[in-house]
Design a protein around this ligand. Structure first.
Ligand code: NAP
Length: 266
């Protein structure tokens, strides 16, 4: 049994939909006090209400509208978390976008957007929350990276892959810099997880992906949320600068035939 994280103050950027909402839900269901962020306040308000209904103690989930690509917004989020939650124990830097843009056509605007949200947004979020995380005594930074970029590639995602691999480069040095204050910095690398964002890529994409996953299903947001919860526990306090791949085994097979052969063999 792990030490409870009940009462811990948790910030989840991009916690209004998809994976971030799943992470926020797992923390709320385990008694944490959670602040979620997103750019659309109506979506954020509705998500906070929905999550609060699942929380161990009602009133423990709140939201703030903020864009992670704005350093000022990230500072506002941290100040708000300190005011509402009394500090920050866990930062889940999860907000991200995945615009589909082939290299030959990729505009500077698209590249700026994907790096601005996914990479600079990660850095800005961690910087803003840093003093509070250092005061926590068990500060945790949990990044949502991806298998795409750090391990795999996919047409249309050169910019996205660069942003997700960049998060890991950031993480390794941040983990060293923050170790003296006992703040750990780790990253989760999801495979294909069922989210609103993924749904926008179409059914064909989801079906193609499911057939290339040894466990034969796309992941759920809870699959990611529980890994984040583990990294937030006291028991995970000696893990820093590391990655956890959560992909149903997607990156393992050398060929699709390997999956077919395994199934044929029972
Ligand atoms: P999603 O369903 O589109 O949700 C994205 C969340 O991030 C929303 O809450 C969105 O709210 C917020 N967001 C987007 N841009 C933002 C910005 N500039 N500032 C603040 N919040 C912003 O996406 P998802 O599939 O859950 O993905 C979440 C994270 O997981 C991303 O980092 C993504 O790269 C990573 N990931 C996802 C998968 C997957 O299969 N789904 C796989 C690997 C990695 P607003 O739009 O209202 O701002």
């Amino acid at each position: 049994m792990f030490t409870s994280i009940a009462g811990r103050a948790v910030v989840v950027t991009g916690g209004t939909r998809g994976i971030g909402k799943g992470i926020a839900s797992v923390f709320a269901r385990n008694g944490a006090r959670v602040l979620i962020t997103g750019r659309d306040s109506d979506v954020a308000r509705a998500a906070a209400e929905e999550l609060d209904a699942l929380a161990v103690d009602p009133g423990e989930v709140s939201f703030i509208q903020a864009d992670v690509s704005s350093r000022e917004d990230c500072r506002r989020v941290a100040a708000n978390a300190i005011e509402r939650l009394g500090g920050i124990d866990v930062l889940c830097a999860n907000a991200g976008v995945f615009p589909d843009s082939r290299l030959a056509d990729m505009t500077e605007d698209v590249l700026d957007q994907v790096l601005g949200v996914n990479l600079k947004g990660t850095v800005f979020s961690v910087q803003a929350c840093l003093p509070a995380l250092q005061r926590s005594g068990h500060g945790r930074v949990i990044l949502t990276s991806s298998i795409t970029g750090p391990i795999t590639g996919y047409p249309g995602w050169t910019g996205y892959g660069a942003s997700k691999a960049g998060q890991l480069g950031f993480m390794r040095t941040a983990a060293i810099e923050l170790a003296p204050s006992r703040v750990t910095v780790n990253a989760i690398l999801p495979g294909n997880i069922v989210t609103e964002g993924l749904a926008e890529l179409g059914e064909d994409y989801a079906e193609k992906m499911a057939s290339s996953i040894p466990l034969r299903r796309l992941g759920s947001v809870d699959d990611i949320g529980y890994a984040a919860l583990f990294l937030a526990t006291d028991e995970a306090g000696y893990i820093t600068g590391q990655t956890i791949v959560i992909d149903g085994g997607q990156v393992l097979p050398e060929t699709l035939e390997a999956i077919a052969a395994a199934e044929a063999g029972g």
